[in-house]
Unconditional design. Sequence first.
Length: 250
Amino acid sequence: MASQSSQPAPAAPHKPHVLIVEDDPAVSKLIKTYLEREGYDPAVVETVAGLRAAAEASKVDLVILDIGLPDEDGWSALRWLRARGNVPVIMLTGKSDTVDKVIGLELGADDYLAKPFDLRELLARMHSVQRRADQAQAVAGDAAKEQALTFAEWVLDLSSQQLKSEAGEPVHLTQAEYRILVLLAQNPRRVVTRDQLMDVMAGRDWEPFDRSIDVHISNLRRKLDTSPKAASLIRTVRGTGYMFIPDRGA
Ligand code: CA
């Protein structure tokens, strides 16, 4: 039986790195202590120059940004952050700050908090902007997925024009095979006629037009249908063309 000491240490959970940009040490210390207790990894900088250096040195998950700073104002810091990416930003506003929320929103602040504020309110705002940022990232991820067609055990990457197995093993396709497969996979369970297949291949100088569609189809089947027992992904529709069935169970 393994002793307690031989157990691997559990992986430390990722602590979100929060940058607190605030020149009032009383305020920044209060926020930092509170966020540490709440499981964050906070760091304090007092100037916009400090923010730039810190953001360039390591990945920041969220920025708490005071508007009144000694070197430049928070707006120019916000503009700089937005030019580099989408890190969530919560602006802190003092009584003397003229806050134009419209300008702030155009510049891309995610939320505002007026001083003095309750630390629990700050935490609630942080959760809400982080949730929105995660959702935005998920949507961006979905858009990236549309650059690939997935069927049976295969992924056809449209940006690299590569066919890969689920395990990521690439399979070489000729240009003609690639074009035919894209047309078929984009039209699942529909008859694709021989004329349509000729159209995607015709007039190209990437391959001499010396092989019939049937030869390309038969090569594609050989590459795609790895098990002789499984039904082919490309079915022949007699006298008309072919039909792509993306799921072998169907
Ligand atoms: Ca200030």
